[in-house]
Write a protein that binds this ligand. Structure first.
Ligand code: KIV
Length: 271
């Protein structure tokens, strides 16, 4: 079986091969050049410039305030560090919900002003017409179903979606509508693993999970969460692969102490 190393550059076609050959897809978020460069060097398949930028980079409570200009600014920085991964950019709140024409213009702006490979947007049946218009123009679209953080004010909480059969049916129909409209992949957020499993089995395109269990065709996490940087946010689907907040704090304390005591810099570190 091939591994991620077989793909020199991740394209929509490569992701389709992954789905067909049951090769799991790895995805993480990035918002800056240095992080993107490290993720790409490590071999990540997809780098999402997520609108989680609003929370974890800009310090907002929700994803709603982030703008088109901010998404484009951060994508340009991310792209400078990436050679292999596919860069996907979240379309921010109100950049695609109003009507398909405005969505089309904004998706076109992202593709024209950055080297991104695709855009992502939240919703299912209600955005299917928009997805069709954008994909027909040659812009790859990744869908996003299940918990939709841009709809937080209508949910009232970030609890898992699709636990009852009627909502599970709607989420399934949303997935199928996105695939029919031309989406090349779909993110599913915070749903029961059983639901994600059944949706993945129905789809020809990859289903990438976050808090949606092990049966998806790939997994995505928010990088500052999985690196243990964003310590105030720890839902059970986040696994810590590092404790960077602790490591950074301890490094900074050491630096402060060395500066105060005159241990830094030494002669070797001077000109
Ligand atoms: O914005 C983001 O980081 C996302 C992931 C949670 C999938 O959409």
């Amino acid at each position: 079986m091939s591994t991620q190393k077989d793909f020199k550059k991740i394209t929509t076609k490569a992701l389709q091969v992954c789905k067909e050959q049951k090769i799991k897809i790895s995805a993480l978020t990035a918002y800056d050049f240095i992080t993107a460069k490290i993720l790409d060097k490590a071999g990540i398949d997809i780098i999402l410039v997520g609108d989680s930028l609003s929370n974890v980079f800009l310090g907002n409570d929700t994803t709603l305030p982030v703008t088109m200009d901010e998404m484009i600014y951060h994508t340009k920085a991310v792209a400078k560090g990436v050679e292999r991964a596919m860069i996907v950019v979240d379309m921010p709140f109100m950049s695609y919900q109003t009507n398909p024409d405005e969505a089309f213009r904004n998706a076109g702006r992202i593709m024209k002003e950055t080297p991104a490979g695709a855009v992502k947007m939240e919703g299912g049946i209600r955005i299917a017409e928009t997805v069709r218009k954008i994909t027909e123009a040659g812009i790859p679209v990744m869908g996003h179903i299940g918990l939709l953080p841009q709809s937080i004010h209508s949910y009232g909480s970030y609890e898992a979606r699709g636990k009852d059969p009627s909502e599970a049916k709607i989420i399934t129909e949303d997935a199928l509508a996105l695939e029919q409209a031309g989406a090349f992949a779909i993110v599913i957020e915070k749903t029961p693993a059983k639901l994600a499993k059944s949706i993945s089995a129905k789809l020809k395109v990859p289903l990438i999970g976050i808090g949606a269990g092990a049966y998806c065709d790939g997994q995505i996490l928010v990088t500052p969460d999985m690196l243990g940087l964003n310590v105030d946010f720890r839902p059970r689907f986040v696994r810590y692969y590092s404790n960077l907040a602790e490591e950074i704090e301890s490094a900074v304390k050491k630096y402060i102490s060395d500066v105060k005591s005159g241990k830094f810099p030494t002669e070797k570190e001077s000109y």
